[in-house]
Design a protein around this ligand. Structure first.
Ligand SMILES: [Zn+2]
Length: 147
């Protein structure tokens, strides 16, 4: 699946995050990576993804990792609380300015984060087209059905 590492933009040192993808993305959504221990340079988060489709595979810089302000939780099996973490991750392919919107998600129960398969990865323009349409629909509906 995915492998993550920090990349120093100054000395180009690569260091694996030694964390699961969920923890890496969660931390990155909260704060920028620590500076390079070798030279003090700024570090980027990179991930290697294999979508098994050829075109989208390779090494990506993680531009941003976002979570909704409010996460949804409910009681699952054996009355354990389940929390849904739908990420929106903006990826940029190394050596390319093209950006992608990747939406991996996890269900977290206790300390276990279960990865949801079939995460969507869209070209950024496709993603923007969808969100723009959704926003327009919101506007239309609020005009048709005033609260
Ligand atoms: Zn460095």
């Amino acid at each position: 699946m995915a492998a993550q590492y920090f990349f120093c933009i100054q000395c180009h040192k690569k260091v694996p995050t030694h964390q699961k993808l969920f923890d890496t993305l969660y931390d990155f959504s909260k704060m920028a990576p620590e500076e390079c221990p070798a030279c003090g340079g700024t570090r980027e988060l990179h991930t290697t993804l294999d979508f098994q489709l050829g075109a989208g595979d390779g090494d990506f810089k993680v531009v941003s990792a976002l979570l909704p302000d409010k996460l949804e939780s409910w009681l699952g099996e054996e009355s354990e609380e389940v929390t849904f973490y739908p990420f929106l991750v903006v990826l940029q392919r190394a050596g390319d300015s093209k950006q992608f919107c990747w939406m991996p998600y996890w269900h977290v129960t206790g300390k276990e984060a279960r990865y949801g398969q079939h995460a969507v990865c869209l070209d950024q323009s496709q993603f923007e087209s969808l969100t723009a349409q959704a926003q327009q629909k919101d506007i239309r509906e609020s005009v048709l059905e005033p609260a």
